[in-house]
Design a binder for this molecule. Structure first.
Ligand code: GAL
Length: 633
């Protein structure tokens, strides 16, 4: 497949007299796609029921006439002020019970049924009008579900919807009481109407209650999205996407993705490094203008799985952003490197955010491909270079990896609900495993937790999956490669109880987790061969083969057949030791790469991405600072 570039554009921000020139410049730059519309509700419907499509008709026509394909976004992330006046209770409420006000975006609660009807109405009108428009070649629902911490809402609407959801799931209050263990502190309910959302409790709420709420809130995002996709599909065959984010686990992206044709995500490597990535100060300094060398790739692989193979970058950072604690300028070359890395991981399209920097409102400090005065900003030339390179490049095809890593959103909720040690972050555990694999030069596929067939993989990792699905346990039973599970894998039931017999309950592995301990980060537990466990470890009683132990004598890695169980959280050195051993035993070649250099194989090419600010020599190649190198196999 030929890979393509695009850009995010807001015609409503600019005088109409500028549109044609903008469109011509986009086309001349070599862009294929232009995403528009996602925040423009107040211009589409300035007052209740007064619709103004004329400007949008002309914008789409102008862009289309220049040869661009339009991605049309539904505007439901920014309901106009008058909708709020009509439905004052549609606003989300935070966990302290405070309503979240108007004046930015995402000011709605997913559970508010009348707001859903407003969404269905505007999406229906848009889809009717533009579903057959020849220039509208793809759709985007809403914008970044979960952004600004908006999934969990403690509104009256959410409470009502939660009670309905509980009644459906448990059928009777007695069944719910049993499932949650409400006998514990006399927490039994006599009716579903007595059950509140799990905020404002005196001390921690029952974790089963919290987990039910997390599952419910995730389902609400999925059904909110489904309402839109069902309407859009009545009017068009164009693919539908949503733009997800980085390191956001508040809803099950696989569940939302099931209703979409394409997964896409918004990649802001420098913002993420500064704002959210758990890393040392030294690491953040080293990669301050490049981004973490694995963070983008991890999400590329994750969203390739969420999109069942089809995925895009819907927004790519082009220069400094405005929203992180610090907002550095990317090194020259990064706007090109990030795009190529996405293509090498199978992105169909990469769209830069945004065309022109806005001189007004919240994001006036956020760079675009153009400055506010329309002069090209540095990323403009880099995008032009990528466009020329793509034109010369034969098709870039995705590769099937030997190694797979499971990612499970419900486990993120589980370990947030009951971390047991402050540092037990599910995302971090999985991301560290991913980084360790990437440092060895490996391609990785990410798998959803209900994967039922592991054939074709040689090595499969599923650290920290709180409850293994029946499908996955079945797949393990017939898997002929190496599976590495643990720590904390299969440690809870679906209802968030401790299973008896005790975990891990893996097919063919005789092992019992008899004790767990969490530790402060400066108390490592040394392993016999190399590295340490950090944060967490388990004492297993087992008759299985013990491959590695801690220096104080607890089994660290055990195995029976292909099933391996890891009893702690490895540091980087321990991961490297373990993964080199397990990979090589499966005939997977590893290549320990220099810091900041990463590689990705496609069926035809080997790509190198140098996240360092200095050139790196590797094999026959010199990869420039912030540079990309590729060669045919
Ligand atoms: C994204 C969002 C865009 C814009 C951008 C700025 O999270 O989808 O609308 O706000 O961030 O970096």
């Amino acid at each position: 497949m030929k890979r393509t570039l695009g850009v995010c554009y807001y015609p409503e921000h600019w005088p109409e007299s500028q549109w044609a020139e903008d469109a011509a410049r986009m086309a001349a730059l070599g862009l294929t796609w232009v995403r528009i519309g996602e925040f423009a509700w107040a211009r589409m419907e300035p007052t209740p029921g007064t619709l103004d499509w004329a400007w949008l008709d002309r914008a789409i026509e102008t862009l289309g006439a220049a040869g661009l394909k339009v991605v049309l976004g539904t505007p439901t992330a920014t309901p106009p002020r008058w909708i709020l006046a009509k439905h004052p209770d549609m606003i989300a409420v935070d966990r302290d019970g405070k309503p979240r006000g108007f004046g930015s975006r995402r000011h709605y609660c997913f559970s508010h049924r009348p707001y859903r009807q407003e969404c269905a109405r505007i999406v229906g009108l848009m889809a009717e009008r533009y579903g057959k428009n020849p220039h509208v070649a793809a759709w985007q629902t809403d914008n970044e579900y979960a952004c600004h911490d908006t999934v969990l809402s403690y509104s009256v609407a959410a409470q009502q919807a939660f009670r309905d959801w509980l009644a459906q799931r448990y059928q009777s209050p007695e069944a719910l009481n049993r499932a949650w263990g409400n006998v514990f502190w006399s927490m039994d309910y006599a009716s579903f109407d007595e059950i509140n959302l799990p905020n404002l409790t005196v001390t921690e709420a029952n974790p089963a209650h919290v987990m039910a709420h997390r599952r419910f809130a995730s389902d609400e995002v999925a059904s909110f999205n489904r309402l839109q996709t069902q309407i859009i599909r009545r009017h068009t065959d164009a693919p539908i996407a949503h733009n997800y984010m980085g390191q956001i686990t508040d809803f099950d992206h696989f569940a939302v993705g099931a209703d979409l044709d394409i997964a896409s995500w918004d990649a802001y490597p420098l913002g993420f490094l500064s704002d959210r990535l758990p890393a040392t100060a030294e690491h953040k300094r080293r990669f301050v203008r490049q981004g973490d060398p694995d963070f983008q790739a991890f999400h590329h692989d994750l969203y390739r799985a969420v999109g069942r193979g089809r995925w895009w970058i819907m927004e790519q950072q082009p220069g400094p952003v405005n929203w992180a604690p610090w907002n550095p300028d990317p090194l020259p070359g990064m706007a090109r490197l990030w795009a190529w890395e996405a293509f090498a991981h199978g992105a169909e399209a990469v769209c830069y955010f945004r065309w022109r920097q806005a001189p007004f409102a919240q994001e006036q400090m956020h760079a675009g491909l153009l400055r506010p005065d329309s002069v090209a900003a540095p990323a403009f030339e880099e995008a032009a270079l990528v466009a020329r390179e793509l034109a010369d490049m034969p098709n870039v095809e995705p590769a099937r990896a030997d190694v797979a890593l499971v990612f499970d959103y419900a486990s993120a909720w589980a370990w947030e609900t009951q971390p047991q040690g402050r540092d037990f972050s599910y995302f971090r555990l999985v991301f560290e495993a991913y980084k360790a694999l990437r440092r060895l030069g490996l391609n990785i596929d990410i798998l959803p937790p209900d994967t039922a067939d592991l054939s074709g993989y040689k090595l499969v990792l599923a650290p920290g999956v709180a409850t293994l699905s029946a499908a996955f346990i079945g797949a393990l039973g017939s898997f002929t490669g190496t599976a590495l599970l643990g720590p904390r894998t299969n440690a809870k039931t679906e209802e968030f109880a401790t299973p008896v017999p005790l975990p891990p309950n893996l097919p063919g592995l005789n092992a019992t987790v008899a004790r767990v301990e969490s530790l402060p980060p400066d108390v490592p537990v040394p392993l016999t061969e190399r590295g340490n466990f950090l944060h967490w470890r388990e004492k297993v009683e087992t008759t299985a083969e013990v491959l590695e132990t801690t220096q104080d004598g607890w089994p660290a890695l055990i195995k029976s057949g292909g099933i391996h169980y890891l009893t702690g959280w490895p540091d980087d050195a321990a991961w490297a030791q373990l993964l080199i051993g397990l990979s090589n035993a499966q005939g997977i070649d590893t290549d320990t790469l220099p810091e900041g250099l990463r590689r990705r194989d496609t069926p035809t090419h080997r790509f190198f991405f140098n996240y360092n600010s200095v050139a790196v020599d590797w094999g026959d190649a010199t990869i420039p600072a912030a540079g990309v190198y590729w060669a045919k196999h």
